[in-house]
Write a protein that binds this ligand. Structure first.
Ligand SMILES: [Zn+2]
Length: 286
């Protein structure tokens, strides 16, 4: 099932395990970032893929946003997920402009002093945590955030397959978290089973929930599917949001555009939408 998070309990209901085929979500993100060199594609893809599966852990009107700052502090990756499964993500301009990185590994780009900042919660009740990136690895270090900030042992895995031309073939993610009281070694066992089964997602992907349950049971001993939720790319930008940007232009600039009878165009670098502000709309700003 594409863009559907399958939620299960395994190991006698001691571990929460979710997985997703989010190929379509990543395809939508990559369509807006076509010229990205492979290492950046993977950095963005893995961050977004992790957030898409984590959207399944959010409730009500909760949202979670992440900012990954690479060792070069000007290089940042942003992604955001909402409880309804809407996910967006992008790289900042400085990172997009970096040259000669085709041959670099993700580990090289993250470097020894990467940082992760997570803001999680609902509008009235937000928590910010900053953790370092000891593994120089997107999903391992997001999992490390859960250990550091929530004291909850967590495993996150993202598998992105690109062809030789760096076009997307498939994307999947898996999340496992120990439930209170469960012995920590159970999570290491899940990790080992995932590592030992490189084709795990082709085994798990099934049209019917009962087939997924059977596949999970074969891999992990026992499993119970407890639900599904969707996750999809959605920007959520609006013209109103870009009025704020217009205000940040100087009055002089706006007046000049009005004199020249030029419209102002605002471009959303997350989803690629362009908003045009007509003369009349700009005059209303004064
Ligand atoms: Zn947008």
């Amino acid at each position: 099932m594409q863009n559907a998070i399958v939620k299960a309990l395994i190991n006698e209901e001691q571990i929460r395990l979710y997985f997703i085929d989010n190929t379509q979500l990543l395809r939508d993100i990559y369509a807006l970032n076509q010229e990205l060199p492979k290492p950046l594609k993977l950095l963005l893809g893995k961050t977004v893929s992790a957030m898409s599966i984590l959207s399944g852990t959010l409730k009500g009107n909760q949202r979670m946003s992440i900012q990954v700052t690479l060792s070069n502090p000007h290089h940042k990756i942003f992604a955001e997920a909402e409880a309804n499964g809407n996910v967006r993500g992008y790289l900042n301009e400085e990172l997009l402009r970096t040259s000669n990185i085709e041959e670099k590994s993700m580990q090289d780009l993250i470097g020894p002093s990467g940082m992760i900042r997570v803001i999680k919660g609902s509008e009235m009740n937000q928590f910010t945590s900053i953790t370092d990136m000891p593994n120089q690895h997107i999903t391992d270090d997001i999992a490390n955030y859960f250990v550091q900030s929530d004291q909850t042992p967590t495993y996150l895995y993202s598998d992105i397959q690109l062809d030789n031309g760096a076009s997307l073939l498939s994307s999947h993610a898996l999340y496992a978290q120990l439930l209170p009281g469960a012995p920590p070694h159970l999570l290491s066992e899940v990790k080992m089973i995932v590592k030992a089964n490189p084709d795990i997602f082709s085994k798990l992907n099934a049209e019917k929930a009962s087939d997924s349950e059977e596949a999970l049971t074969q891999l992990f001993g026992d499993a119970k599917i407890i639900g599904h939720s969707s996750s999809q790319f959605f920007c959520g930008c609006s013209k109103e949001m870009f009025y704020g940007m217009l205000y940040s232009l100087s009055e002089e600039e706006i007046k000049r555009s009005i004199e020249r009878k030029e419209d102002i165009e605002a471009f959303c670098h997350i989803c690629g939408k362009t908003y045009t502000f007509k003369q009349k709309e700009m005059q209303q700003l004064f």
